[in-house]
Design a protein around this ligand. Sequence first.
Ligand code: HEC
Ligand code: HEC
Ligand code: HEC
Ligand code: HEC
Ligand code: HEC
Ligand code: HEC
Ligand code: HEC
Ligand code: HEC
Ligand code: HEC
Ligand code: HEC
Length: 354
Amino acid sequence: MRTLKIVLVLSFMLAAASPFISTKVAALTANETSPIETTETVPQSKQAQPVDASQFIGSDSCAECHGAESTHYALTAHAKTKVLNAPIDRHGCEACHGGARAHVDFYLNIQKLNEAGKEAEATTLMNDTAKAAAAALKSFSKMSSAESSATCLKCHEGSQGNAEERFNYRRSEHARHGVSCNDCHSSHAPKRTEFLLKNTEPNLCYTCHAEQKASFSKPFHHKVPEGGMKCSDCHNQHGGFMGKSLRNSVNGDSACVKCHADKQGPFVFEHAPIKTEGCQSCHTPHGSTNPKLLTRNVVRFLCIECHSNTPGLPGEPLGDATPQGHDINNPRYQNCTVCHVQIHGSNADRRYFR
Ligand code: HEC
Ligand code: HEC
Ligand code: HEC
Ligand code: HEC
Ligand code: HEC
Ligand code: HEC
Ligand code: HEC
Ligand code: HEC
Ligand code: HEC
Ligand code: HEC
């Protein structure tokens, strides 16, 4: 009889879990065959593209005609690429805009013709669409977002800077939705911001994420609008392995414990949902009308989501039922965390009294 019971319970649990397992599997396989990743032809950064050195001329002549861009460029971290012992296609302006010899020759010719008073000839040359096309450089406003990002990733996916940060860019939620590096960064903007950002956080993010702006204006919120922390403290806007582009802290724990290390444990007596479901099972990360960013406005309603007062079926409720003595109609038992103080886990008491 007892064995029969166990078998029944086990098979019930398996049956209950199987839809969950299969959706997980479906989600995983769906990820692998994402239409975006398979149909779009993204230039591969790691695969060395043949470079014709004769097309490159260097950045010295550009300033003459592109004063503003050259000035801005000289002030950015990219000016460092000039002195690097790097391949020819990774220096200065040409690292992003491509080999410029034909471009410079073409426009210098026009300039010379004009200076020599041969304006008609200059205009003819200018209107020679074939020659003009051959002289055109890579213009970011005319590229697809994938192509544009690939230009940056040829350096920023590899060993340049904090590279691991962007290893997953191509499969990031941003890239999948056609957001390119240049939607957030500007290589030439006269506005001086850290990391060449078009705007500082969180306003940069708010331009597209109005809903999150609303969350952060709720009465209880992480101090993002006040500048106390940034969206990018919790998210890797460049993509990563976690859902919702979340960062995980060094040792693989959730982004939250980077700052709230005391909630991390390990505890002798863990409160199970923290380990199994994460902080979000009880807290809203951005902002809330509930104190302590709780998902419920009253603590006990949160607790009885899992600790039902009615004795249930085996395997239910999720946590242990509250003991008989806990009449939650009785005000004495309503403020659960007055007694169960160490709600995130305890080293001293299995019911988190201390
Ligand atoms: C890190 C990559 C990068 C480097 C290096 C770079 N640019 Fe650009 N350039 C861009 C991007 C991206 C744009 C598009 C506008 C923007 O985001 O600021 C642009 C725009 C331009 C434009 C405007 C034309 C257009 O297509 O919109 C000119 C002209 C230009 N760059 C010239 C230069 C010159 C000259 C240099 C070197 C002194 C240089 N760039 C170096 C990335 C770069
Ligand atoms: C003699 C003047 C001259 C020189 C030198 C020159 N350019 Fe240009 N460049 C132009 C003109 C003119 C345009 C076309 C602008 C337009 O169509 O609005 C242009 C356009 C561009 C564009 C936009 C894409 C395109 O081809 O239309 C980029 C990027 C650019 N130049 C980068 C450079 C870089 C990098 C250098 C140095 C290696 C350079 N230019 C040297 C005159 C020059
Ligand atoms: C030729 C290689 C190369 C290319 C292509 C390149 N970068 Fe960079 N980038 C660098 C280097 C080198 C640095 C300086 C890193 C450092 O200081 O450690 C840098 C720094 C940066 C920084 C940090 C700036 C700062 O102030 O700290 C940003 C942001 C950036 N790049 C964005 C871009 C974007 C966007 C593109 C494409 C439009 C791009 N890069 C293309 C090599 C490159
Ligand atoms: C959704 C906006 C967004 C997009 C898209 C984006 N970035 Fe950034 N990036 C940021 C922000 C915000 C920071 C600053 C993070 C911080 O303050 O710590 C940053 C920082 C950087 C830095 C300097 C710090 C570091 O991590 O080394 C580099 C380099 C950089 N980004 C390159 C890129 C490149 C290359 C791409 C495209 C492949 C890209 N970014 C796409 C928002 C973005
Ligand atoms: C304290 C950490 C933290 C900060 C700061 C933060 N987020 Fe989040 N964000 C999260 C977590 C955790 C989730 C996942 C919520 C979930 O799974 O229900 C999330 C989810 C999201 C989502 C997915 C949609 C949604 O709401 O579930 C977007 C978009 C987002 N955040 C944008 C932002 C922006 C923009 C900022 C800055 C203005 C920001 N986040 C700041 C932790 C944070
Ligand atoms: C140019 C518009 C744009 C900007 C700027 C932008 N995002 Fe996004 N972001 C998107 C789009 C589009 C999506 C995908 C659709 C969605 O979830 O809304 C997205 C999705 C996200 C997600 C959800 C990822 C997921 O897995 O669901 C997060 C988190 C996020 N962005 C954070 C940020 C942060 C942080 C910044 C500022 C550093 C930022 N975004 C700036 C357009 C933008
Ligand atoms: C970059 C550091 C940082 C990260 C990452 C972070 N927090 Fe916080 N958190 C704070 C700070 C600082 C405060 C207290 C100041 C305030 O009110 O914002 C706080 C306050 C809180 C509060 C209490 C709010 C109140 O009203 O007393 C909760 C709950 C909380 N965080 C949960 C989380 C969760 C869940 C995550 C992960 C999604 C997280 N935090 C990630 C820094 C962080
Ligand atoms: C089982 C539900 C639950 C989970 C899961 C949970 N918390 Fe809490 N947390 C609470 C409750 C309830 C409170 C309010 C305690 C009170 O009433 O004093 C709280 C309060 C907090 C506070 C503010 C008060 C303080 O003690 O500093 C922070 C910060 C916090 N939690 C962070 C986290 C982090 C980080 C995680 C994930 C590691 C997490 N919580 C997971 C239920 C939970
Ligand atoms: C998301 C579901 C969930 C929420 C919300 C939740 N718990 Fe739990 N709780 C659990 C689970 C699961 C266990 C582990 C039960 C076990 O080990 O048998 C547990 C264990 C406990 C224990 C220890 C029981 C024992 O016998 O070891 C106490 C006390 C407790 N929770 C109190 C609370 C209080 C108070 C709240 C509200 C602040 C709360 N819980 C919110 C799921 C939850
Ligand atoms: C006045 C203090 C007090 C309050 C308030 C209180 N509890 Fe308890 N709780 C206890 C004591 C004492 C025990 C252990 C006694 C027992 O086993 O009968 C306990 C045990 C528990 C257990 C563990 C049951 C087990 O099998 O070990 C859970 C779950 C629990 N409480 C949940 C809650 C919830 C949910 C609330 C809020 C609705 C709450 N408690 C409010 C004092 C309190």
